[in-house]
Design a protein around this ligand. Structure first.
Ligand code: UDP
Length: 344
């Protein structure tokens, strides 16, 4: 099998490519604007990489969609601060640029494995979000945070409609707060506070001895999922035994790994203080409270709970997440502390 991964240097892309090359005999073709996370792939004769931008290098993409069997377009902005500050950029990249790739898959009859997002459920009242039943609930237009959710939701609907009307072979997957090594680039923090996801934001604050900020008290909850469990599930989706994943949407998350953001802050600080590289004489981050308006601006609105139902992934794929939240957090912190020299 030949797999085209766009955004291959990203958090999901580099990990997926590494596992494919290590565990299967598939060929991987990848494009990204950077290549600094691909050290595990480099040198493998089944790995083919080109540096490029999906908005510019259209010919390369079209040629490789034609050449490959499965397309996995992972290029997207997925940080809430950007939804608030640059909503048009989110729409242009996450929706418009990706729509062209979806249409390439339709044109050349290629299988598409596309990242939807747990954000599409928005403020859904369901206790566990079900791919085929839960309502998708977003806030008013002036709360531009929802442009990401709405862009992704519309693309989910377009992909589904291409499946319905033009026989596009597709699978959608919805990651629930995946974490692990290489999650975000800490070198841009702390100057660009809030520009990464919460786990890396907190780790950056700990490394720099700056306060950890709990938005609106940190009572909101997330289910943190190890990237390794997420990739296990993605490999099963790519294998697509008996075409069982065709036309399906899968939540990929660990419902047992639920923490409030306040609990997250305390656990990360505990792991950080126990790490061998911690200097007891250094400034330890306080955990403080802030408002969402101060931290993100008025266009923000939060999601209180986000718990996946993983019944479908269990039943159709036989997948079960195995890594508990403390292990997943520890592996993430250790990665950043072990590469700390590069951050300072
Ligand atoms: N959050 C926080 N402090 C921060 C960054 C984020 O309290 O420094 C909160 C944010 O308001 C949200 C949660 O942490 O409720 C998760 O944020 P993340 O950026 O990981 O994205 P989300 O899970 O909302 O997509």
């Amino acid at each position: 099998m030949k797999i085209l991964i766009l955004g291959i240097n990203g958090f999901i892309g580099n990990s997926l490519a590494g596992r494919i090359l290590g565990e299967t005999d598939w060929d991987v073709y990848g494009m990204d604007i950077r290549d600094d996370k691909l050290e595990k792939c480099r040198g493998n004769e089944r790995f083919h990489f080109v540096e490029g931008d999906i908005c510019i290098n259209r010919e390369w993409i079209e040629y490789h969609v034609k050449k490959c069997d499965v397309v996995v377009p992972l290029v997207a902005i997925a940080t809430p601060m950007t939804y608030v500050r640059e909503p048009l950029r989110v729409f242009e990249l996450d929706f418009e640029a990706n729509l062209k790739i979806v249409r390439d898959c339709v044109r050349y009859g290629k299988r598409l494995v596309f990242p939807s997002t747990s954000e599409v459920y928005g403020m859904s009242p369901d206790k566990e979000f079900d791919e085929d039943e839960s309502p998708l609930v977003v806030g008013p237009i002036q709360k531009q945070r929802w442009i990401y959710s709405a862009s992704k939701q519309l693309l989910d609907r377009v992909i589904w409609a291409y499946g319905f009307q033009e026989a596009l072979q597709f699978t959608l997957f919805r990651p629930f707060n995946w974490i692990g090594p290489k999650l975000d680039d800490l070198t841009v923090l702390p100057e660009k506070e809030g520009s990464s996801r919460v786990v890396t934001q907190f780790i950056s604050s700990l490394i720099h001895g700056l306060p950890i900020q709990l938005v609106d008290g940190g009572t909101q909850r997330r289910c943190f999922t190890s990237i390794d469990d997420g990739i296990d599930c993605l490999i099963k989706i790519l294998k697509n035994e008996e075409n069982r994943c065709d036309g399906q949407i899968f939540n990929i998350g660990n419902p047992k790994n639920e923490l409030t953001i306040k609990e997250l802050a305390h656990r990360l600080r505990g792991i950080f203080l126990k790490h061998s590289s911690h200097d007891p004489s250094s400034q330890v981050s306080d955990i403080v409270e802030t408002s969402s308006g101060t931290f993100y601006g008025n266009g923000y609105q939060d999601i209180d709970r986000r718990v996946p139902s993983i019944r479908k992934a269990r039943e159709i794929l036989g997948w079960e997440p195995r890594i508990d939240v403390d292990t997943a957090l520890r592996l993430t912190v250790e990665y950043y502390l072990d590469t700390k020299a590069k951050i300072d």
